[in-house]
Design a protein around this ligand. Sequence first.
Ligand code: MOS
Length: 750
Amino acid sequence: MSEIAPTREARHTRHGSSIGQPMTRREGVLKVTGAARFAADNHPPGILYAVLAVSTVARGRLVSLDLAAAKAHPGVVDVMTHENRPALASDPDEKSNPFMFRLDLLQNDRVRYAGQPVAVVIAETLEAATEGAALLAPRFEAETARVGLNGAEVFAPSTVGVGNPPKAEKGDVEAGLSAAAHRVEATYETPAQYHNPMEPHGVVAVWEGDRLSLDMPSQALVMAQGRLAGLFGIPPENIHIRSPYLGGGFGSKGFPAGPQVLGIMAAKLTGRPVKLVVKREQMFGPVGHRAPTRQRIRIGMDETGSLTAIENHTRTASSTYDDFFEAAADVAHTLYASPAIRTSYEAVRLDTGTPLFMRAPGEAPGSVALESAIDEAAQAAGMDPLAFRLKNYAEVEPISGKPFSSKALRECYRQGAERFGWDTRPLEPRAMWDEAGRLRGWGVGTATFPALMFQAKARATIRRDGSGLMETGAHDMGQGAWTALAQIAADALGLDIDAVEFRAGTSDLPDAGIAGGSGHTATAGMALHQAGANAIAKLGELAVNDEASPLFGAGNVGTVARGGRLVRRDDESRGESFSDILARAGLTHIEAEGAAQPDGAAQEAYAMHAHGAVFADVSVDPDLGQIRVTRLVGAFAAGRIINPRMVESQLFGGMIWGLSFALHEEGVSDPRTGRVMNADLAEYQIPVQADIPAMEAILVHEDDPHVNALGIKGVGEIGITGTAGAIANAVWHATGRRLRRFPIRLTDLL
Ligand code: MOS
């Protein structure tokens, strides 16, 4: 991207070794000076502003809207309702694959959750649209809302997560439990959490005939094109999406959300550009949330503390009209060696929006429960919780029996424990007090997340002036893709990063797949790596077949790119510049494409996961129950680290969310109305700066020869796993109280 200024580190990077450098964000200055344009910063000429009116009941029917009052307001241009909305080419309730989530696009007068859009007011100003929406004063016929996990109609979901089987079993769990010398049985509850990236979902939509131009944050540009093409009946290539920056995504921007599609419909209805941005309180409904879970865990151990059985039976919830089941139990497949493992699910349907992927879907709530239960098991066996985890270390993936492609978890435990000072921890709880008279406690949790890879494409161009251009439609949610992927791109061409123009963030570029599943750096990075290799190979072919080249005849030994030159692999002093090769061939540039996909054979042969260990130090006021996390140390092994500075930030972000999971976040629904009662960032509690302790993230070295040619595992989600369990375990160690309902509140300790 041409507007990106090089960083100081970039200028000092050695040729061909951008990977591994702790570069600062290449777009950082643009962001902190406000020059970076996020979707809602765009105001095309003639723009109108759209504001949602949403349901105040969770189940029922829209009875009336005061359209006359809204339309009489000066500045209001139109009101879009289920009666006048533009026709769609496909039913928003159609579902032809598990990723195609049903949307609420004013298809009728039914209300399926509180906060569901029921009308869109479109006006010349944001203020007029906001007032118009208030004047609509919608009235509803309400039916009794289904709230909470105690619903009577419990059923077995047919899949969980993203098409995972809802049951898995290895060995004989009942036999393992009945033969056990020690047993733990406990139920853990995790709450609903609502997607609230700093940047709410929004869109600026412009129609030109049957072409659609969008400024819209997206974690998956090509999938968004496909979904919108289906809804509007136009070819995907007619849809151009610009998404250079996202103010966070966390899974909620993987697919266009209903309100964003409504903005596009409003532009169609009025024939003018429309901007629609979801208000903060409207985030608690139509843009996805993490469903609550209730996890019953049973663990058996023999006399020596070796596990004999692990079982997790999870109850969770989806909406009444679509399927997404949080795969919380499945983390038990991976973490601990046990001859018997069983996971299973049941679910209820609630009058909520449909749950969705949220950072570490499955693993986040699953590891909270499992890491708490493992701690209880260690206590039952009379063992130190870290020693207990090492005793039950999984040398192969427990459920599949496959070897790990790499697994430096033992080293994570060792380095984390050493930095933390774990070896002085007393075994018994309530044994440490600080100078202020507060109870202190230390806990550990294991982190894990799969090393996923998807499909992506990229294009590499080498220009006669010796510079490079690398293109892929990658997404920067704030995680640092502009920087980390540019580092990979530079190395792929053997060029200094300043000599490479890197383009990403728009839908007209090669498909970079989805920025999700912690797989974006591996996926888009491998496509760039491959495109670069293909471009260099083309250049090499020109040179080795050209008698005028010092590389003539080097075809057998091969050539390699170094600092803008192609050199003999066996003698790097012999070679010539990219420019000379292209000039002699009479070419202005050379171009090649590259594609990445997971290696099916390697995936069949190996279990691929990143791992980590998180250590937490908490203090608890013995009278008031106030819990403070005073220190967090995480040690993570995630294959090759492209940029240690970005990775540390990702891990801090994850660990902070883990702290939030343990002590703060909870969407509370009113059992009478089904409305979220704390639908704002004042009462939907998240940690503030003062809640964040001293944190360290240790990057443990790990070479993985199997995950992909670059050895990248991904770090976007693993930080949230392990942390909440470590904090809950530290609270136990401080107080002697096992608290199994999250978040843990000070009132739980009174
Ligand atoms: Mo993530 S929940 O795959 O953005």
